[in-house]
Design a protein around this ligand. Sequence first.
Ligand code: NAD
Ligand code: TDX
Length: 336
Amino acid sequence: MTTLLVTGGAGFIGSNFVRHVVAHTDFDVIVLDKLTYAGNLASLDGLPDARVRFVRGDIADAALVNELTRELDPDTDAIVHYAAESHNDNSLSDPRPFLDTNVIGTYTLIEAARRRGIRFHHISTDEVYGDLELDDPERFTEATAYNPSSPYSSTKAASDMLVRAWTRSFGLRATISNCSNNYGPYQHVEKFIPRQITNVLRGERPKVYGTGANVRDWIHADDHSAAVLAILAGGRIGETYLIGADGERSNLDVVGDILAALGRPRDDFELVSDRPGHDLRYAIDSTKLRDELGWRPRYSDFSSGLRATVDWYRSHEGWWGPQKQATEAKYSELGR
Ligand code: NAD
Ligand code: TDX
């Protein structure tokens, strides 16, 4: 029997992974989550208590982390590390929590993991590579140099470097994955896709930064979770795997699709002031993951995945409604 300690398991992608593990394996899960503004226990509703245990706490709390890792068996168990401050706009307004959680929190976990010899998988982002020009034929690979732009992405880059150094210097048994932009149910309404869907549902117009030409490489969160399980099962220790589903779309295209799915004209949105330092384009080449581990995305059609996500938000106002007003209040202070 395997137990996974999943940090950040009450967040968007972490909760997707917990549901995925329960559905597709016989593993048990311990979720460690601080329940910041971004965590929501309702995202774990309906999972069996016999397999999923929830612990509220901070990944930077060394005493708690040591206590939890003592429960893990180094021969079978692993830590899967999702917890992070994850939103670029917040990192521009108040960077400090990003350093505390993304850097010190990751350090605290890898120290505990290496002392107990526990396998560690670190969840990271393609934003560590900076951005690409719109017409650049190259995409990010595992060999691309790090060049982060924002406080968020620089703290994620720092955390990746800590994991690499602990692997080389202390023999930490770690893998890293850098994934592109995720979409799907249970994503916080501060993020682009849920913000625009819920704006339309509330009778507001979507708010697009700058010119809307920026490109993101979208992947459904279910496909991300399947890739992480594949890396846990077959990934080589010390290696990094990029995760992406060939889902490049401009923000204008995405917002047009959201409006169309909700029966509104594709151009019924507002252009608002740009995000400082706004990365232009991300694009992932996931050949290594596909060739080595046989992973393939199941959501190859972004438009149908997006329509299903729109339907989920339409029928789950009870989940997102309580976050919406506070989120929009933060944006209106920024003029966005
Ligand atoms: P999220 O903001 O939805 O969830 C983060 C979770 O971490 C929340 O439940 C929060 O309560 C918890 N948390 C925050 N600080 C904590 C702390 N100090 N101790 C314990 N728990 C804490 O984020 P997400 O979008 O689900 O992202 C999860 C991970 O995936 C992050 O590491 C992020 O960098 C990475 N990632 C995200 C995307 C994306 O598109 N959202 C893409 C690639 C990688
Ligand atoms: O209201 C908006 N209008 C808008 O045009 C918001 C919230 C965003 N945008 C733009 C900015 C980006 O070009 O949409 C794009 C996506 O924005 P976010 O959802 O904030 O995501 P991004 O900044 O690309 O970062 C995301 O992907 C990588 C996640 O938040 C990160 O955690 C992940 O690492």
